[in-house]
Design a protein around this ligand. Structure first.
Ligand code: NAD
Length: 428
């Protein structure tokens, strides 16, 4: 399978479906589930008070090679430019090997909070002694996950507060669980609830909260890529200048949290679009990513870029708790189809693809910022949407959009005026 589908953007939706189905080894009819892929009953079974099914555009980004294997990257997002940006950046790094990832084991940490402990030091020592027993009990509570090669791996305790205080002595017990191909929230929450009484008994404390932590800092993905000068430059901006400008933009994000958060938003444009397309809990990943970005005490960029000879090397590290079983995937055929389109058979491959999309979007955003400024490309696409919203017929959308962009006034009212002028010109 090749993810190089040159000119895909020039085709109609029907033609694109034919080409993408052929590339992914699917039938065109299989792609029908991309139009929602969620029946009324499925939707009503997922959340409460359901009235309908919300729609967003579903696209694939092209040109991705990840760990030597091509992938079509499924993306669901409302923001223009992101899919094109991801595809362009993937093209820039493709000939230099594409994206390389290291995906850590799928370890999620559950928390059992214990309160009203009279002597937290004695309790912490008792919990350390009892850790092998508690771990064995936790493993006995999750036989199927253990049989899949995962399951609970460690029980550890940390003192959070000493008496006196409103909650007395407080200890949190962490249960690290390898969730294999599941995101793991329900798995870990269930385990924490079942183990809590035994833990409280050992510590002579009261059971507090029992729930996973979304700071999955053991479940990280590291993705790197190299963008050669030849791919970074164009006729207006030479490669070495773009390289230097992107490295400077990276340093700016490393120095300033106000910039770092926007830099990371660009990363999450790619990550979230893949997560939404594949039915993942993107709030969990978002919360984890930003906590991870702030783990040193200062909010930092998740991705950094360094000059390296005649090219740039980028590295992104972030926690990614994703699954290919469970969660919304039970109900959502469209999300399951997205996994098939991407050729995903393990949660670690899905994490690798989402991270690669994040690094690609970051590269594209920094390149645009370092050269034309972000608005040029953005406004051209936005102008098309505004032209459509003003009622421009298909054959006039480009003309109206170009006029809006040239005037630097991209508003529906301005588009209506341009449309009237064009109609007046055409009338006899
Ligand atoms: P899940 O509850 O559906 O559990 C996964 C199931 O898949 C388990 O029963 C497991 O036995 C089974 N399974 C089959 N094959 C597997 C394999 N190869 N590897 C691992 N498990 C396998 O899903 P989950 O992943 O435990 O929980 C995810 C859901 O929890 C999401 O919908 C998420 O939104 C939700 N959630 C999130 C939070 C949070 O992030 N704070 C809190 C509560 C719930």
């Amino acid at each position: 399978m090749s993810s190089r589908l040159p000119g895909l953007y020039t085709l109609t939706v029907a033609e694109r479906r034919r080409q993408v189905a052929a590339a992914a080894g699917l039938e065109v009819a299989d792609l029908a589930d991309l139009d929602g892929g969620l029946g009324d009953d499925d939707a009503a079974g997922m959340i409460e008070n359901v009235l309908g099914r919300h729609a967003l555009p579903f696209a694939v980004a092209t040109n991705f090679t990840i760990d030597g294997v091509d992938a079509l990257v499924p993306m669901v997002i409302e923001e223009p430019s992101v899919v094109a940006a991801a595809s362009n950046a993937a093209r820039m790094v493709r000939d230099a090997g594409g994206f390389t990832t290291e995906v850590a084991p799928a370890i999620v940490t559950g928390q059992i909070q214990l309160t009203q402990i009279a002597d937290v030091d004695v309790a912490a020592a008792a919990l350390a002694d009892a850790a092998p027993m508690l771990l064995a009990r936790a493993r006995a509570l999750s036989p199927r996950l253990c049989a899949r090669g995962g399951g609970p791996l460690a029980v550890t305790a940390r003192v959070l507060a000493r008496p006196p205080g409103p909650d007395g002595g407080v200890i949190v017990v962490h249960l690290d669980v390898d969730c294999r191909d599941a995101m793991g929230a329900n798995l870990v929450n269930t385990l924490c609830e079942r183990l809590a009484e035994a833990v409280a008994h050992v510590a002579s404390g009261r059971v507090g909260l029992r729930i996973l932590s979304n700071l999955s800092d053991r479940r990280t993905v590291r993705v790197t890529c190299r963008a050669p000068d030849a791919a970074l430059g164009d006729s207006r901006c030479p490669g070495p200048a773009v390289r230097a400008a992107i490295a400077a933009a990276s340093r700016f994000a490393e120095l300033d949290p106000y910039r770092a958060v926007t830099h990371n938003k660009g990363v999450m444009n790619g990550v979230d679009a893949v997560l939404v397309a594949t039915g993942q809990d993107w709030r969990a990943v978002e919360a984890g990513a930003h906590a991870f970005a702030a783990r040193s005490g200062a909010y930092r960029p998740l991705a950094v870029w360094r000059e390296d000879g005649d090219g740039l090397v980028g590295e992104l590290v972030l926690p990614l708790a994703v699954g290919i079983v469970g969660g919304a995937l039970h109900a959502h055929r469209g999300a399951r189809l997205a996994l098939r389109l991407a050729g995903v058979a393990t949660a670690s491959r899905l994490a690798a693809i989402a991270a690669a999309a994040g690094l690609a979007c970051n590269l594209a955003a920094l390149r645009a910022l370092a050269t034309d400024g972000i608005q040029r490309g953005h406004m051209a696409l936005h102008a098309r949407a505004v032209a459509r919203a003003a009622g421009a017929p298909a054959d006039l959308i480009d003309e109206v959009a170009d006029a809006l962009a040239a005037a630097g006034d991209v508003r529906v009212e301005a588009a209506r005026v341009i449309l009237q002028e064009l109609s007046a010109k055409d009338s006899p």
